[in-house]
Design a protein around this ligand. Structure first.
Ligand SMILES: [Zn+2]
Length: 62
């Protein structure tokens, strides 16, 4: 899974990804930039969130 790292200012692979749910019922993946370790977030659709969990790309955290 990739997210935009604010520090690297580009798309980076995320590690240690937790799939969380926002207050509004959306899904958000939170992980760490593989390169610099900064927290990287990515908004996901329900389908993408469930797929990421099923594939083992993210850990269910909601
Ligand atoms: Zn980074």
């Amino acid at each position: 899974m990739e997210g935009r790292c604010m520090k690297c200012q580009e798309q980076k692979s995320m590690k240690d990804v937790d799939m969380t749910m926002t207050k509004r019922g959306g899904y958000m993946a939170k992980g760490k930039c593989e390169t610099c370790g900064t927290t990287v977030c990515r908004i996901c659709s329900k389908v993408n969130a469930e797929k990421a969990i099923a594939d083992g790309d993210a850990k269910k955290a909601y």
